[in-house]
Design a binder for this molecule. Structure first.
Ligand SMILES: NC(=O)C[C@H](N)C(=O)O
Length: 326
């Protein structure tokens, strides 16, 4: 059997960081070749070509970097000899990059993101194992047609549902009620469900509208919502309470944001479950929906923001953006 051809696109993150002995700081250290060299066993699984994209913390990723990554992936995936792509990435915003790409990359080939919770100078860093497992998934014919995947700690997640749930533990990612799509054991890849069809949105240009996330909390007022509108936000995601609730002060600020033409989506600070028009007191989800707010289903605020950015980027109507959240 022919060895699969996998492209490894390196972006940085803890997987490529080490503690600098002089300063004691954990900093980017491994370039793409050095990262590849941390896993000699990769050569048994695939023929790998490395593509350095960046070497930075994932906190430095955002729409311009996601767009550049998307363009790079379009080129790599067009190569008919390539079986799949692995992207090494910091874990802090890994789910955002994965979701952005999942929303717009139209490909049947596996695109798999991975990272590490422990940096490369820790004796028990999880980076090499995660990288090996990500390559095994990208090389697996069973991973085709499943969109963008995330592989961490022997689990395979969909980009839509995965979330970082622990700051340090190796089992730092989960997918809430949706659960994981599959797992890896002794290098063998298992999926628990058949691939689900999903739609993608084209990226037509490099401009992405400003969309801010504003949190609701006990005693919050509308000042940050007003500030986001004044800063030029075209969209806002409210990180609401519970099933999508705010208070009177935020309700009033949201009403004036909508009047000013800003598209407002409601998400929740609670990690699992959906938002909806449940409560009818002023600021409750029902009253926010009556104002014209969209309900971001079970998407986290950071993913609802990406869906909103892409919906506005494509000039979609409010109902079409609402449909994107599902
Ligand atoms: N574990 C990690 O990769 C965290 C790191 N700060 C990053 O996201 O770049």
């Amino acid at each position: 059997m022919q060895t699969p051809n996998i492209h490894l696109l390196t972006t940085g993150g803890t997987i490529a960081m080490k503690r600098d002995p002089a300063s004691g700081r954990v900093l980017p250290a491994l370039d793409a070749d050095a990262l590849l060299a941390t896993v000699p066993a990769l050569a048994d699984s695939a023929t790998i070509s490395v593509h350095p994209f960046s070497n930075q913390p994932s906190a430095y990723m955002g729409p311009p970097q996601w767009y550049a990554l998307y363009n790079k992936l379009q080129t790599l995936l067009a190569d008919t000899n390539v079986n799949g792509v692995v992207i090494s990435h910091g874990t802090d915003t890994l789910e955002e990059t994965a979701f952005f790409l999942a929303c717009c990359l139209a490909t049947d080939k596996p695109v798999v993101l991975t990272g590490a919770q422990r940096h490369a100078s820790e004796a028990d860093s999880d980076g090499p194992r995660n990288l090996l497992q990500a390559v095994n998934v990208a090389a697996s014919p069973m991973a085709r047609g499943r969109g963008v995947l995330v592989v961490i700690n022997q689990h395979i997640f969909s980009a839509r549902d995965v979330q970082k749930i622990h700051t340090e533990q190796l089992a730092g990612f989960a997918a809430g009620e949706a659960g994981c799509l599959g797992s890896i054991a002794q290098q063998a890849v298992y999926f628990y469900q058949p691939p689900q069809p999903h739609k993608t949105l084209p990226l037509t240009h490099a401009d992405f509208p400003r969309v801010d996330i504003v949190a609701m909390y006990g005693g919050a007022d509308g000042a940050l919502i007003d500030a986001a509108v004044a800063a030029g936000a075209k969209g806002l995601v409210i990180q609401a309470l519970g099933a999508g609730n705010t208070n009177t002060e935020q309700y009033r600020a949201i009403a004036s944001a909508i009047k000013a033409g800003v598209c407002v989506a409601v998400s929740s600070r609670v990690q699992q479950g959906r938002v909806g028009p449940v409560y009818g007191y002023q600021g409750g989800g029902q009253t926010l929906q009556e104002l014209g707010c969209l309900m971001a289903a079970d998407l986290s605020p950071q993913k609802a923001r990406i869906a909103l950015i892409l919906g506005l980027h494509n000039g979609l109507s409010a109902p079409a953006i609402q449909a994107l959240f599902y």
